[in-house]
Design a protein around this ligand. Structure first.
Ligand SMILES: C[S@@+](CC[C@H](N)C(=O)[O-])C[C@H]1O[C@@H](n2cnc3c(N)ncnc32)[C@H](O)[C@@H]1O
Length: 292
């Protein structure tokens, strides 16, 4: 398998970098002029991208809280991104203080940031690796003792699978991780979809990502995203645009007890699929625990 992308990653400021473009959309400052120009080109025809990216990062927070509230103590975050907003270990540990978190990204700059953030933290690790090598990733996280695959684990693949152009390859990658999930484990995925996006806007976005560190972006229809969860049981509300996945009631920040309560509450109203434009679709699915 090819462990590298078509262009230099992380260090070349002249090549728009997908982690830094995302950082810019989130309001971060870890981006170069090339990243900002690339982001502006996308936003020109798809202005809602800024809101969608922020919703995606908020989904990360709600999904991790949900999973921690279910008792998950190990998290494997693949395609970590820059720590512009709260990272997985910060969110998880509000619920499970001893949560183990392994971060994986193929961008050395992203991994550098994660390591700086995690310095002195014995229960978290950042690994530079390509998700197209699942066996290598699983070996490294288990060898280091951070993740025990005999115990429930949450595997997060948020806003990363659309950087694999071949759908069969993306499905194989997810399957390789899914197959190693013990009963009681969960898989969370968010993935770009075109929805009602115009063909011009789609072409513009694809062109920008073609010259980025990732080399491409492949927006997939809902059925292809749903297939990534094959063999698992989707939690309610199923696969929906990220903003509709167990949204919080508006109001002051919730306490952990509220989060636990909310995790068990009925799902919010679903959105009719025909009405969303470019979106991140997301779902969280589990492998049922063995009966006692
Ligand atoms: C858009 S960011 C998403 C960050 C975070 N997961 C989130 O949803 O907020 C995508 C990240 O995936 C990483 N990435 C892309 N392709 C990858 C691959 N083949 N292996 C590992 N990481 C990859 C990029 O370097 C980037 O940091």
């Amino acid at each position: 398998m090819n462990a590298g992308g078509p262009m230099s990653r992380g260090v070349d400021e002249d090549v728009p970098n997908v982690a830094r473009i995302y950082d810019y959309f989130l309001g971060g400052s870890d981006n170069s002029a090339a990243d900002r120009a690339a982001a502006a080109k996308i936003a020109q025809t798809t202005p809602e991208v800024v809101e969608r990216v922020r919703e995606n990062r908020d989904f990360l927070g709600r999904a991790v809280e949900f999973l921690a509230a279910l008792g998950i103590r190990q998290f494997l975050d693949i395609g970590t991104g820059l720590p512009t907003r709260q990272s997985v270990h910060q969110v998880a540990r509000r619920v499970v203080p001893a949560a183990h978190v392994a971060y994986v990204d193929y961008d050395p700059a992203v991994v550098g940031h994660a390591r700086a953030l995690l310095a002195g933290d014995p229960d978290a690790v950042a690994i530079e690796a390509d998700m197209r090598e699942p066996a290598l990733i699983l070996r490294r996280v288990t060898e280091q003792g951070f993740i025990n695959l005999d115990q429930p684990v949450a595997i997060l693949m948020l806003a990363v699978l659309h950087f694999v152009p071949d759908t069969a390859q993306a499905a194989q990658i997810v399957a390789a991780f899914r197959e190693q999930m013990a009963p009681g484990s969960y898989l969370a995925i968010s993935h770009a979809t075109a929805g009602t996006m115009s063909s011009d806007s789609l072409a513009q976005a694809k062109q920008v990502y073609a010259s980025s560190s990732a080399g491409s972006i492949t927006l997939r229809p809902p059925d292809e995203i749903e297939a990534f969860f094959d063999g698992l049981e989707l939690e309610k509300p199923g696969i929906v645009p990220v903003a509709y996945w167990r949204p919080r009631p508006r109001g002051p920040e919730l306490a952990v007890t509220d989060v636990v309560q909310f995790a068990g509450s009925p799902p919010p109203t679903a959105v009719p699929p025909a009405t969303y434009g470019p979106a991140f679709l997301a779902g969280v699915a589990g492998r049922p625990a063995n009966p006692q």
